[in-house]
Design a protein around this ligand. Structure first.
Ligand code: ZN
Length: 136
């Protein structure tokens, strides 16, 4: 069994954004040489998230719009007394910081329409993603 870890950079260009990182993850899986196992995609940030869904422009707009309706910016949060981004922390907690994807025969076991996203909730910023692959 092998454990392979790599950190990759992600750059968001707008305050909120859903970035498709599937190809970057696939590149790391290829470099790892692991043919069968699991890849964990994890972010150490507290105002960003990792999610899996369809990369369709209007759907991504809908998701960001729903997050903003559920947890609007500046709605009297206590954390805003410190750095004015409580909404981004709470939105990030709703989505979560990681996804685990099976690898079989060297391929990510994603569904036809599934893509892996880095979700920026308090950008634009340079961000990091930890990719850990466990398998053989
Ligand atoms: Zn904060």
């Amino acid at each position: 069994m092998k454990v392979f870890v790599e950190e990759i950079g992600v750059r968001s260009e707008t305050p909120v954004d859903i970035l498709d990182v599937t190809e970057k993850i696939l590149s790391v899986v290829r470099r790892s040489g692991v043919r069968n196992g699991v890849v964990v995609v994890f972010t150490k940030h507290t105002t960003a998230a990792v999610a899996i869904n369809e990369n369709e422009r209007r759907l991504k707009q809908d998701v960001l719009s729903v997050l903003q309706k559920l947890v609007p910016k500046g709605a009297g949060y206590k954390h805003d007394e410190i750095d004015d981004n409580a909404h981004a922390h709470i939105q990030a907690m709703l989505l979560g910081v990681s996804e685990a994807i099976p690898i079989n025969d060297g391929e990510l076991q994603l569904g036809t329409w599934q893509r892996v996203f880095f979700v920026e909730l308090d950008g634009p910023r340079s961000r990091r993603l930890t990719i850990q692959i466990i398998g053989e």
